[in-house]
Design a protein around this ligand. Structure first.
Ligand SMILES: [Zn+2]
Length: 220
């Protein structure tokens, strides 16, 4: 069994848990949701005029049992929306995740110190999973120390990736794998590469990641 922990694609296969992530709009209906998914307001798509309506919709939908995680949500210093606004919307996600006891799937670009500060200040008890992590070792070590989890994607396929050390050494139980929005790669390729780098068999990695997935999403 493979787990694609963060994908924007709707893919069905008997040996795949496909955790599709959707950006919630005011119009999104429960009937449109995949069997399992994560829901949030992605910072890229937040519009000042509509986000509050989208937010109330998210609060209603997030209670459903097929919603196994909250996000993606987070902070991105490369976009026009002010970081202050992004932080206040992200804080709502943190509170929601906490009240439902579901993990947070986080998008973070150039705002890791703010992210760490928020984790400390809110004393959140749910797992914070940084998806698509692709930063240098120093940032990785700092996040690891602050109990973050990671979801690694296509970046690990590259021989020049700054996270090769991270994927090789990260303790079992602290990471999952993903394809995100890429259509040119498969989750199997990511698993094969991660297994090779970690010197474990594909089967061992699969068993480990199923356990991690169940642990993080509190499913049995
Ligand atoms: Zn994504």
């Amino acid at each position: 069994m493979f787990i694609d922990f963060h994908t924007h694609h709707d893919l069905k296969s008997p040996d795949l848990i496909n955790l599709q992530t959707l950006h919630v709009t005011p119009e999104l209906q429960a009937e449109e949701l995949p069997n399992i998914c994560s829901l949030g307001l992605h910072p890229w798509f937040i519009q000042l005029e509509t986000w509050e309506a989208a937010w109330s919709n998210l609060v209603n939908l997030a209670k459903l049992s097929q919603i196994v995680a909250i996000g993606e949500c987070g902070l991105d210093r490369n976009i026009d929306l002010s970081l202050e606004t992004q932080i206040s919307i992200f804080q709502r996600h943190i509170e929601l995740a906490e009240s439902l006891q579901k993990p947070l799937v986080i998008h973070c670009v150039r705002a890791f110190s703010e992210l760490i500060a928020l984790k400390k200040d809110t004393k959140s008890t749910v797992p914070w999973i940084i998806h698509g992590f692709n930063k240098k070792e120093e940032v990785f070590q700092q996040l690891l120390k602050h109990d973050f989890y990671f979801s690694f994607g296509g970046a690990i396929l590259s021989d020049r990736s700054p996270i090769l050390q991270a994927i090789t050494t990260i303790p079992n139980g602290r990471f999952l794998l993903e394809t995100d929005d890429r259509t040119d790669i498969s989750i199997k390729q990511i698993y094969d590469r991660a297994a090779a780098l970690r010197h474990v068999s594909l089967e061992t990695l699969q068993t480990q990641l199923i356990e991690t997935y169940h642990q993080l999403t509190r499913l049995s």
